[in-house]
Ligand binder design. Structure first.
Ligand code: ADP
Ligand code: MG
Length: 681
C-alpha cells in the first residue's frame, strides 16, 4: 500500500463507498489519514441523574432494583427500565435487545451511557451502552474519534478504515528536520497521526494536534512562497504610465472617492507603471467601494491597448458588473464583453472570437474565463472579485491565461493585517478601511416571528417611498428533513399580504441562469420591489435603492454570511434597515444575532464570532466556509501560523527548491496538487 494509492485498494471499499468517501475529499489512502476527527467522545466519570443535561451524552452508575420490561410494539421489541439514584429518576429504552432482560441482574450496579432525551418532565436515554463498573473504569477518559461524515459514510466505517491504514507502519515517515522539530517543540509525525485519531489521553491529543496544525500551516506557507517566487521573477511587461482617462473618469463620478480609495488607487498606479508585475490584494468590507477601483485599473489597461478581465464568483454578479461597465465604458469607445457558463454555445463562440481578435478590451465573466478554449490577446490585467469565493488556485489559473499579467484580487474577508500578511504572503495588500462619507449606518433589529406583521408594514412603507426590499429564506422549497421558511411558499404568502401593486418575485440557485439574470435585471431597474431570495444574492449584488434586508431563520446562518447579506443594503444615500427574524428560542442564537445588531463592522463581528466559540473549543464550528483549514484554526492557532511562516521562510532561503529535503518536497507537491485547490481564502 502507498499513500498515493486510491482508497479502493482498501479492503471493504467498493465502488459505491469510494464515491461516498470522495465526497469528503478522500481520494487516496493519504487523504484518509488526514481526515481528522472533528471531536471526540470522551467516557467521563458517571454523574448523578439530577446533573444530566438534555441533548448531552453522559453516564450514570446505578444499582438495579427490578428487571426491565419487554413489550412488543408492531414488530419492535422495546426493553424499558426505570432507574433512580436518590437525586432523580431516568427511563432507559432499548430496541430489539430482549436479551438485556437476562443480562441485567437485580442488586448489581451498572453504568448506563447515552444521550439524554427529554419529553415533558421525563428524562430518558435511548439505546444507552451498558457496562459493569469495572469495564467502565477501564474505559474512563477513553477518547473515541468523531469524524466529519457524509451520506453513506459512518463513523464506524471511518474508524475501521483508518485503523487499517495506521496498521501499515511503512506507509508514513517523518518529513521534518530534527532541528525544526526541536525548535518548535513538535511531536514526531507518526506518533501524531496515531494520536490524533486514537489518543491515549487529552494531553497526547493536544500534542499531536499541535504538530499537525504546524504541518498544515507549514505546507501552506511553503506553497504560498513558491507561488510568490514565481511571481517575483516576472518583470512588468505591460508598463502602464498614462492615467488621464482615469482622472477624467474620477471627475465624472457622481461622488468623490474616499481617502482610502484614493490611496489604494495610487498604490495600483505605482504598481502598473513600475518595473515588476503587480500582485495586489484589495481588502475592504462590504460596501467600501472596491468595484470602482477595479474599473479604474481596467480602464487604464484598455486605454494602453491591452486587455483586462474581471472574474466574479456568480453569474448574477458577473452580469451586474457587465451591465454597469457597459454603461460606463461603451460611450468612451471601450468594448466590454461577457463570458459565463450559462451562455449558449453560439454566444460563447462569438464572445471567444471577440476576445481572441481583441475586439474586446474588457472581459467580464465567471469561471468560464479560465476555460481552456478562451484565448486572450495581450492580457495585461486580471482581477478576481470576491476572492474569498475562489480557491487560491483559480486566481493562479486566471493569471496563467496571460504572459505574467498584473494581478489584482479583491476580498471582503475581515482578517487582521498580521494574518493577511501570511495568508496572502504572495501579494501586496491595500486596505480600504473607510466607508463612503454620506452613508448612514444601517439600523438593525433581531426579533421573533411575532414581529412579522410589523415588518411587512414597514416594507410596504419603504416601497411607497420608492425603495425596495430583500427577504432571505434559508430554503428553496418545503423540505421534509428541515423546518424553516422557503422561497416559493414565502413568495405566495407575502404576495397575499402586500398590496397588489407591489411586485414580488423570487430568486434561487435552482432557476435557469437566464431566469435569474432577468429577475436581477428587473430588480435593479426597480420593476420588482420585493425580492424573496436564497443566499444567492449574498455576494456583491449592488442595488443601492434597496433599503430593507429581512432575513428569515436568521439564526441558521453564520455571522460572516449574515454580515454579507446585510451588505446588500445601505449602499446608497438612504437610511437602510436590516431585520433578523430569529425563529429559535435558544439563548446562544439570540446572543449571536445581538452581535450583528450592535455592529456593522466586519472586523468586529469576526472577532466576536471567535470569542463566542471560546478559545478551548478547538474543534468547534468553523466560520461559515471562510478560511477553513483542515485542522488549524486561523484565530486560535495564530502563534503556530506565525512559527510555521518563519520556518517556511527559513528553509526556502537555505534550500531553495527543497533539493535537500526530498520527503518534504514530495509532501509539498502533493499538497499543491490536491489540498491547495480546496482551500478557499
Ligand atoms: P464593494 O466594496 O462591496 O464591492 P461596491 O464597489 O459595490 O462595494 O460599492 C457599493 C456602492 O457604493 C456602489 O453603489 C458604489 O457606486 C458606491 N460607491 C463607491 N464608492 C463610493 C464613494 N466614494 N462615495 C459614494 N458612493 C460610493
Ligand atoms: Mg463588490
Amino acid at each position: 500500500m502507498n499513500l498515493n494509492d486510491p482508497i479502493s485498494v482498501l479492503k471493504g471499499v467498493g465502488e459505491k463507498t469510494e464515491k461516498h468517501l470522495n465526497k469528503l475529499g478522500i481520494f487516496t489512502v493519504g487523504h484518509l489519514l488526514e481526515h481528522y476527527p472533528r471531536n471526540y467522545d470522551v467516557y467521563s466519570e458517571p454523574v448523578k441523574i439530577q446533573q444530566l443535561v438534555e441533548g448531552k451524552t453522559a453516564a450514570v452508575a446505578v444499582k438495579i432494583t427490578k428487571k426491565p420490561d419487554v413489550v412488543t410494539l408492531r414488530r419492535l421489541q422495546v426493553v424499558t427500565l426505570d432507574i433512580a439514584d436518590g437525586t432523580g429518576a431516568l427511563t432507559l429504552k432499548w430496541y430489539n435487545m430482549p436479551f438485556l432482560r437476562n443480562t441485567l441482574q437485580i442488586g448489581e450496579s451498572y453504568v448506563f451511557r447515552g444521550k439524554v432525551v427529554k419529553k415533558g418532565s421525563r428524562i430518558s436515554m435511548e439505546q444507552p451502552e451498558v457496562l459493569d463498573l469495572k469495564s467502565y473504569n477501564e474505559k474512563l477518559e477513553f477518547m473515541q474519534p468523531i469524524y466529519p461524515l457524509t451520506e453513506g459514510v459512518t463513523n464506524h466505517l471511518l474508524i475501521k478504515l483508518i485503523k487499517m491504514v495506521l496498521s501499515d507502519r511503512d506507509l508514513r515517515s517523518e518529513f521534518l528536520d530534527e532541528d525544526i522539530r526541536r525548535r518548535y517543540r513538535l511531536a514526531e509525525y507518526n506518533y501524531s497521526i496515531e494520536q490524533i485519531h486514537f489518543p491515549d489521553n487529552k494531553e497526547s491529543m493536544m500534542k499531536a494536534r499541535q504538530r499537525l496544525v504546524f504541518n498544515e500551516f507549514y505546507l501552506f506557507a511553503l506553497a504560498i512562497q513558491s507561488m510568490k517566487e514565481s511571481h517575483e521573477a516576472a518583470d512588468n511587461q505591460y508598463p502602464i504610465t498614462e492615467f488621464k482617462v482615469c482622472d477624467d473618469f474620477i471627475h465624472r463620478l457622481p461622488y468623490p472617492l474616499t481617502g482610502a480609495q484614493v490611496k489604494t488607487w495610487c498604490e495600483i498606479r505605482r504598481d502598473l507603471s513600475g518595473s515588476k508585475v503587480m500582485n495586489r490584494l484589495i481588502q475592504g468590507d462590504v460596501g467600501s467601494g472596491k468595484t470602482v477601483i477595479a474599473q479604474l485599473a481596467l480602464l487604464a489597461a484598455a486605454d494602453a491597448g491591452y486587455q483586462g478581465c474581471l472574474m466574479a464568483p456568480t453569474e448574477v454578479l458577473a452580469r451586474q458588473h457587465y451591465e454597469s461597465f457597459v454603461r460606463d465604458f461603451e460611450p468612451m469607445g471601450i468594448k466590454v464583453v461577457i463570458l459565463t457558463g450559462s451562455m449558449t454555445a453560439k454566444e460563447k463562440r462569438l464572445a471567444c472570437e471577440k476576445i481572441m481578435n481583441h475586439e474586446a478590451d474588457i472581459i467580464i465573466g465567471t469561471h468560464a474565463l479560465i476555460q481552456e478554449n478562451v484565448k486572450y490577446d495581450r492580457l495585461a490585467l486580471v482581477i478576481t472579485d470576491e476572492q474569498h469565493r475562489f480557491g487560491v488556485r483559480q486566481r493562479e489559473f486566471l493569471s496563467g491565461k496571460g504572459e505574467a499579467p498584473h494581478v489584482l484580487v479583491m476580498s471582503a474577508t475581515p482578517i487582521p493585517r498580521t494574518l493577511a500578511i501570511i495568508l496572502y504572503g504572495d501579494l501586496d495588500i491595500s486596505v480600504i478601511d473607510e466607508l463612503p462619507a454620506k452613508r448612514l449606518p444601517i439600523k438593525n433589529c433581531a426579533v421573533n416571528t411575532s414581529y412579522r406583521p410589523k415588518a411587512y408594514q414597514f416594507i410596504e412603507n419603504q416601497v411607497r417611498m420608492g425603495h425596495q426590499a430583500y427577504i432571505i429564506c434559508p430554503m428553496v422549497e418545503e423540505s421534509e428533513n428541515m423546518d424553516g421558511e422557503n422561497v416559493l411558499d414565502y413568495t405566495e404568502k407575502i404576495r397575499k399580504v402586500l398590496p397588489k401593486n407591489i411586485c414580488v418575485e423570487y430568486l434561487h440557485g435552482q432557476q435557469k441562469p437566464k431566469e435569474k439574470n432577468e429577475i436581477m435585471e428587473r430588480f435593479a431597474k426597480g420593476e420588482i420591489q420585493v425580492l424573496v431570495s436564497t443566499t444567492v444574492v449574498e455576494v456583491g449584488v449592488n442595488v443601492p435603492n434597496a433599503t430593507v434586508m429581512m432575513i428569515e431563520d436568521a439564526q441558521r446562518f453564520g455571522l460572516a454570511q449574515l454580515h454579507q447579506l446585510r451588505g446588500r443594503v445601505g449602499r446608497g444615500q438612504w437610511q437602510s434597515y436590516c431585520i433578523f427574524i430569529n425563529t429559535s428560542d435558544s439563548q446562544t442564537a439570540g446572543d449571536r444575532l445581538d452581535v450583528l445588531v450592535k455592529s456593522n463592522d466586519g472586523f468586529f463581528i469576526a472577532g466576536e464570532d471567535l470569542k463566542m466559540r471560546g478559545p478551548g473549543d478547538l474543534f468547534g464550528l468553523k466560520q461559515s466556509g471562510l478560511m477553513e483549514f483542515k485542522i488549524g484554526d486561523l484565530y486560535n492557532d495564530m502563534p503556530v501560523l506565525k512559527a510555521a511562516g518563519d520556518a517556511a521562510k527559513e528553509i526556502s532561503a537555505n534550500d531553495p527548491g527543497l533539493l535537500n529535503h526530498p520527503a518534504l518536497k514530495e509532501k509539498l507537491d502533493e499538497y499543491m496538487k490536491h489540498t491547495l485547490d480546496t482551500l478557499v481564502l
